[in-house]
Structures are given as C-alpha cells and as structure tokens.
Design a protein around this ligand. Structure first.
Ligand code: AMP
Length: 276
C-alpha cells in the first residue's frame, strides 16, 4: 500500500494504477462498516484507493470537528491488506488559501440531515467532487448508513456527469443492532446500552409496516413511542419519507426511507431502514 498527501503525489501515482479503480472516501477512525466498503471495492475493482480526510467544511460551528476521533496508525494497519493507495490530504491541500469554489445540490439536501445541519451537504458534495477529480475512480463506495448522503452524491454524479458509478453498501451493525459509527466511541457504558434504541425503534416501525400499516404518521408515531421510552435518548427528527425524493409521506405506497437522528447525551447518532 502506498500513501500520499499532496495532489501532485496522488496524480503521479494515479497514472501508474492499471485497470479499474475503486474509491472509498472516509474520515478515518475506521471500523467494520468502512472495511465492508473497502472489501466490496476489492472484489469489484483492480485497484482500491481509500481516502482519509476529516473534512472541516462539512462540520457546523457547534459540531465535533476538533474532537472527531482520529487514529491514523491503526487505520493504516487495518486497510493495508486491502488497499493499493491511501490518500490523506491535509486541509491545506483540499482548501488552499484563496479557495472559493463550492458544489451545491438543491432539493434533496433540504430535509432531514440538511435541515438539522445547515451547510453540511455543501461541504460533503464539495469534498467528494474534489476526491473524485483527484482520484478519477471508475466506482466509488458509500454506506447506506448515511442514506441521505448517498442520495445526494448520486444526484451530484448525475447532474454533473461524473463518469463513475456509485455503489451503496448495506449498514454494518454491532451484534445488538447499533449501527457502527466512528462516533460510537463518545458513548459511555449506559449511553452505549441506550443507543440500541434507534435500532429498536426502527424495528418497531418495520414490524408495523409488515403487519400492514401504511399510514406514515402512525409509522413515525411507532418510532417516537420507542424513543420516548429511553430516558437517555433525545430525538432530533424521525422521518418516514419517499425513498427517492426524501419528502415526508402521508401514505406509504412505494419504497420508503425510515430515518432518525437521536442525541444520546451529547452524541448525535443517525440510523435508517428501507421499506418496500
Ligand atoms: P465516515 O468515515 O463516517 O465519513 O464514513 C465513510 C463511509 O463509510 C460513508 O460512506 C459511510 O456511509 C460509510 N459507513 C459508515 N458507517 C457505516 C456502517 N456502519 N455500515 C456501512 N457503511 C458505513
């Protein structure tokens, strides 16, 4: 595995990569969720490139940029057997002095995460566009864990004619159902137990759906009911939306996305299920 920081180094090495290239963008502090993306890329592509970059422009003022967990040595050991090239740009490489160009996707960034985290997706789409331009992959791998992010990136790729395929991989969970996340390290023991409430709440809604419930408000009600039963949980939003547009539904007809953001103490967790 070769590792590079600057754009010059990346571009030189990129020229030497033969065959199809798969890119897995990450912010590091890697876990099995990230590794599942890298393994999938390994299966499908001749060359696997992983980027590790805690992108400052996708964090809000009051978010956890400065304390976002980092462990580069551990990350490199984990990906070494699966990866050909790792790109670890600095903030100066990505956003040099005088930087002034941004990529913004419109309607699909408005609800859910976009509503709670103003500016978040502008940072995401901009950095991902830069990663795509730097690495020039044939395929790029994203997790369903960040369902709206995957939808936004797909939209950007369509709209801006990026010549690559987006592959979205299933959510990897802990044995008790908690979706793996770098942010799970923030949880203390009691909070870690309480954090299963997201999975339990999604399951309750899914069960209602499987028993024939199609009223979206009642589905949201089911999720809220379970969340309300966990004293350490404070729900920020609970959604039952159209899978494609992410607009809130009245009645579930086709594919729907159940999603939520929940504070457990100061830690903000997200999770989702797809119905239909
Ligand atoms: P992050 O480092 O949090 O930016 O995540 C990098 C990529 O890994 C994103 O495409 C995430 O959606 C994906 N990812 C994070 N956690 C999981 C998980 N538990 N299962 C599947 N993919 C994940």
């Amino acid at each position: 595995m070769r590792s590079v920081k600057t754009l010059d180094e990346l571009q030189k090495l990129r020229l030497s990569l033969k065959g199809t290239v798969g890119l897995v963008p990450t912010m590091g502090f890697l876990h099995e969720g990230h590794l599942s993306l890298i393994r999938r890329a390994r299966e499908e592509c001749d060359q696997v490139v992983v980027s590790i970059f805690v992108n400052p422009t996708q964090f809000g003022k009051n978010e956890d940029l400065s304390k976002y967990p980092r462990d580069i040595d551990r990350d490199l050991k984990l990906i070494e057997p699966l990866t050909d090239l790792v790109w670890m740009p600095t903030a100066e490489v990505m956003y040099p002095k005088g930087y002034q160009t941004w990529v913004e996707v419109e309607a699909i960034t408005s609800p859910l995460e976009g509503a709670m985290r103003p500016g978040h997706f502008k940072g995401v789409t901009t950095v991902v566009a830069k990663l795509f331009n730097g690495v020039q992959p044939h395929k790029a791998y994203f997790g369903q864990k960040d369902a709206q992010q995957a939808a936004v990136i797909r939209q950007m790729v369509r709209d801006l004619n990026f010549p690559l395929e987006i592959v979205v991989c299933p959510i990897v969970r802990e044995p008790d159902g908690l979706a793996m996340s770098s942010r799970n390290v923030y949880l203390d023991l009691d909070q870690r137990k309480a954090a299963t409430v997201l999975f339990r709440s999604l399951n309750a809604a899914k069960e209602a759906y499987e028993n024939g419930e199609r009223n979206a408000e009642r589905i949201r009600g089911k999720m809220n009911e379970v969340l309300a039963g966990e004293p350490l949980a404070d729900a920020q939003y609970v959604s039952c939306a159209d899978y494609d547009t992410l607009e809130e539904l009245d009645v579930i007809k086709g594919k729907a996305l159940l999603s939520m953001a929940v504070f457990i103490g100061k830690t903000r967790l997200i999770d989702n299920f797809v119905l239909g």
